[in-house]
Write a protein that binds this ligand. Structure first.
Ligand code: ATP
Ligand code: MG
Length: 334
């Protein structure tokens, strides 16, 4: 099956500000991913690993430095205006902070009406009311008349995120890019939002990219999990296997050295020092300075994603069939 949206060798380098600086931040390098109808892919990694940059590239909010975006197999980066408009309608984004992404001076009615008119044409009267009610029902804000004339500040964080999702749904999207959609919400309502997204996946067959720090929520919600480290994908596979039996030393660190499963950044930092510079990333495997098993090959050559089981891949020389490969042990004992 052709993926709804695919990224091929995606790359984003940001120029470093400064006098005649020719340096760049290697935010994303050589990332490949596929989003399929009715499937959720989680993108997991610590702060600064490039997750939001990937979402912004996929939403075409900024140009790529290299690589391609394929919508139903067709190159979307070289497109004309009409192709671009179709793309940005098909691929919708949901942000971390629903308060920041909703205009405080607009009611729910105004926000949704605008999105409906942009994407579904000039509906009026009864037709428009029905469209608005349907959107609110889809995000379980019922009865719709209780919410339609509210301002963002009159809603809870979870309700605001539901309105943001409804606004995205007005475009009848095939892809939702959800960048940490629950991390700013109260813990008690997080599951409700994930379950809503799951319901949209199942009923509307939307493809979802779910960005998170929290590998436990990836396991709960996503079919596939991709782990990023310093701008590169280090591991990918079905969520259950990746979280239960991680193969890359970095993923093992994330999953296993877990005093506090919510605090992935502190865990990863605390265990093995700081994340590397993305201006001058470590040569070879970018994780090698923090990896207890690293050898010369790890410092010299970038490891490709290697097969490590049914539908699974890890970018670690430890899984290569070559004599100088490092011998992996337990990250916790190392
Ligand atoms: P977080 O979990 O904190 O949201 P992230 O994984 O989403 O992190 P990104 O926001 O994608 O990470 O950032 C990846 C790298 O790119 C970081 O080093 C960041 O400083 C850099 N970066 C992001 N946007 C820009 C920009 N507009 N200009 C320069 N550098 C940028
Ligand atoms: Mg981010």
């Amino acid at each position: 099956e052709v993926p709804v949206l695919a990224a091929v060798d995606l790359r984003k380098h940001f120029p470093v500000r400064g006098f005649r600086s020719k340096q760049v931040v290697h935010a994303v390098d050589d990332v490949n991913l596929e989003l399929h109808r009715g499937r959720v892919v989680a993108l997991v990694g610590e702060s600064g690993s490039g997750k939001s940059t990937i979402a912004r590239l996929l939403a075409q909010l900024m140009p790529v430095t290299g690589g391609q975006l394929l919508l139903h197999g067709e190159d979307a980066t070289a497109g004309n205006r009409r192709a671009f408009r179709r793309y940005v309608r098909r691929v919708q984004m949901i942000f971390q902070d629903p308060f920041g992404s909703l205009n405080p001076i607009h009611t729910v009615r105004y926000t949704l009406t605008r999105s409906v008119k942009i994407h579904q044409g000039r509906l009026r009267g009864e037709e428009l009311e029905t469209a608005l009610s349907t959107l609110l029902q889809r995000v379980q804000l019922t009865p719709p008349e209780r919410y339609i004339d509210k301002f963002p500040h009159e809603l809870s964080g979870g309700q605001r995120q539901r309105v943001a999702i409804a606004r995205a749904l007005a475009a009848d999207p095939e892809v939702l890019l959800a960048d940490e959609p629950i991390s700013m919400l109260d813990v008690s309502i997080r599951l409700g939002i994930l379950n809503l997204l799951r319901d949209l996946r199942d009923r509307l067959q939307i493809a979802i990219l779910y960005i998170t720090h929290d590998i436990a929520s990836a396991r709960y919600f996503a079919d596939t999990t991709m782990v990023m480290y310093a701008g590169r994908v280090v591991e990918t596979g079905d969520s259950e296997s990746v979280t239960q039996d991680p193969k890359h030393p970095y993923t093992q660190l994330l999953v296993r050295s877990a005093p506090d499963p919510d605090d992935l950044d502190a865990r990863a930092r605390g265990a093995r020092g700081e994340a590397p510079s993305l201006v001058r990333p470590p040569s070879g495997c970018r994780f090698n300075p923090r990896c207890p098993f690293a050898t010369d090959v790890c410092r010299a050559e970038v490891p490709p994603l290697l097969p490590v089981g049914e539908g699974r891949e890890a970018a670690c020389w430890g899984y290569a069939d070559r004599p100088d490969r490092p011998v992996l042990g337990s990250v916790l004992d190392a």
